[in-house]
Write a protein that binds this ligand. Structure first.
Ligand code: SF4
Length: 238
């Protein structure tokens, strides 16, 4: 996205008001699983306590309910497995048994074992700041990788997502690609870690709670007063 266009979209977004609204609606974010916390805390990721939990959950959650992932994380802790490298000494079949409540447990057990071996070799702090190393992990796609870099590695980048593409496009009244939305998020938030995390968590929360593809619930949405899509919709019904 060209810089002039980015500036124009940013102006039409009323970003100051977006941040004020998000600050006032932290409860909505926490209902969706984002806990507004200190800028570098792992707790943003639904209150998880460690970056090990963030990584393990990002493997377990694919095609599995988040509540089930939380149960499995609890079980791992009860068995004394608090760090990813603790899984390196287990057989894949043992890991599979421990995570048996999640879908595709065999494939995920293999991924966790490989991940544990890698973490044991290079250290988790090196892994979560490296896009190249994360790209090589089976089961972690671009969107998850960028979320891990931000929330576990504290790298100030705005993760791409379908939600940010849809919600930012509607707020600004301009059709954005996923990459446009990512660049726009980075342009708005700069290198401010707290702002990036709040903006990402807020946009995803609005996408999940109100801004569905087919039937956005604009009347209930926290952004209804500042959203271009909604104001055009209102004009059409006058
Ligand atoms: S007001 Fe409607 S279109 Fe705008 S962000 Fe909210 S749900 Fe989406």
């Amino acid at each position: 996205m060209r810089r002039a266009l980015t500036e124009r979209v940013k102006r039409s977004l009323r970003t100051e008001e977006i941040f004020l609204i998000l600050e006032k609606n932290k409860d909505l974010l926490s209902n969706v699983g984002w806990i507004v916390s200190d800028p570098s805390s792992p707790r943003w990721w639904d209150g998880l306590e460690t970056i090990d939990d963030i990584l393990v959950s990002s493997i377990l959650v694919q095609l599995t309910r988040w509540e089930t992932v939380r149960e499995v994380l609890k079980k791992l802790k009860e068995r004394g497995i608090r760090r990813i490298e603790d899984l390196a000494s287990l057989e894949e079949s043992e890991i599979e048994e421990l995570i048996k409540k999640v879908n595709f447990r065999r494939a995920k057990a293999k991924r966790l074992k490989n991940l544990a071996m890698l973490v044991k070799e290079i250290g988790i702090h090196r892994l979560v700041v490296s896009p190249e190393l994360l790209s090589n992990i089976e089961g972690i796609g671009d969107e998850t990788k960028e979320a891990i870099l931000l929330f576990a590695g504290n790298i100030p980048l705005f993760p791409r997502s379908e939600y940010s593409k849809r919600v930012l496009s509607r707020l600004a009244g301009i059709r954005l690609s996923k990459n446009d939305a990512r660049l726009l998020g980075e342009y708005i938030c700069g290198h401010d870690l707290y702002k990036i995390k709040l903006f990402h968590a807020g946009i995803v929360s609005v996408g999940k709670s109100f801004c569905s593809n087919q039937n956005p619930k604009c009347n209930s949405c926290i952004f209804k007063e500042i959203c271009k899509y909604n104001s055009v919709k209102r004009l059409e019904t006058v």
